[in-house]
Design a protein around this ligand. Structure first.
Ligand SMILES: Nc1ncnc2c1ncn2[C@@H]1O[C@H](COP(=O)(O)OP(=O)(O)OP(=O)(O)O)[C@@H](O)[C@H]1O
Ligand SMILES: [Mg+2]
Length: 227
């Protein structure tokens, strides 16, 4: 069992701790997020239940189970927390969510000293599909509100980008640009990663001459030139 993330409100561990005694140990299909506050866990759980079905398995995994940490789970959690030398905090609730077989976009970009051109082209392709799905999600009045490279994962199993961490998400009838603005910022990080590769940098510079802003149009032009 491994600690895979530590945020302001939660600890993420993999494989998951099941909610019931039967499913308690080593569930390799799920991740457990341990929450200090029950309210925060409940809020995130509510959001998962509201996520549009249309994008389930495409942009996120809607599956989520919530349970309060009873004394039974507590002793198990304490053991895990001790094993990983994390200061003891009282965790009240947990969420189990589907495990995304992959790494965050942040880790992926930092993995390469110089990204190979083929990998870069493929990443651009995944970013285009990801953008289309974000637009669809926003059209269904759902806004993630925290899209950045540490909350986006590359799922190697199904070869797609996935959203995680719905702690700040909102259902809103009012049209907002936040997710697309955040997407554009994230795209800049991807482009920066490509710049270290001379060949890719030449393509980037030539597209920049005709299109100064980095957004979906820039991405599509670059992709069509480079592929
Ligand atoms: N479904 C998942 N599958 C695989 N890894 C995950 C999954 N969810 C989270 N992780 C890993 O755990 C890390 C932390 O998770 P997440 O972003 O959901 O919470 P957080 O930012 O730590 O906490 P908070 O809820 O306080 O924002 C991620 O960056 C990722 O590495
Ligand atoms: Mg996060």
């Amino acid at each position: 069992m491994k600690l895979i993330g530590e945020g302001g409100n939660a600890l993420a561990i993999y494989p998951s701790i099941g909610c019931s005694k039967k499913t308690r140990i080593n569930k390799y299909d799920y991740v457990t997020k341990l929450y200090k506050s029950t309210e925060t866990a409940e809020e995130e759980y509510k959001i998962y239940s509201k996520l549009p079905e249309e994008l389930n398995n495409k942009l996120y995994y809607k599956f989520c189970e919530l349970c309060k940490i009873d004394s039974n789970i507590h002793s198990y959690v304490d053991k895990v927390v001790e094993d990983y030398d994390i200061k003891k905090i009282n965790y009240n609730s947990l969420l189990n969510i589907k495990y995304i077989h992959g790494v965050t976009l942040y880790d992926y970009l930092n993995h390469y000293e110089i990204i190979p051109i083929k990998k870069f082209i493929h990443l651009l392709e995944l970013m285009i599909i990801f953008h289309e799905d974000i637009i669809k999600m926003n059209q269904l009045h759902f806004y993630h509100k925290d899209i950045f490279s540490q909350n986006v994962m590359i799922n190697f199993k199904v070869d797609k980008l996935f959203l995680i961490d719905f702690g700040r998400s909102k259902y809103s009838k009012k049209k907002e640009n936040i997710d697309i603005n955040n997407f554009n910022k994230m795209l800049e990080d991807v482009i920066d990663c490509g710049k270290k590769n001379n060949k890719i940098n030449c393509y980037i510079r030539s597209v920049k001459k005709i299109y100064s802003k980095i957004d979906i149009h820039f991405l599509k032009i670059l992709y069509n030139q480079i592929k």
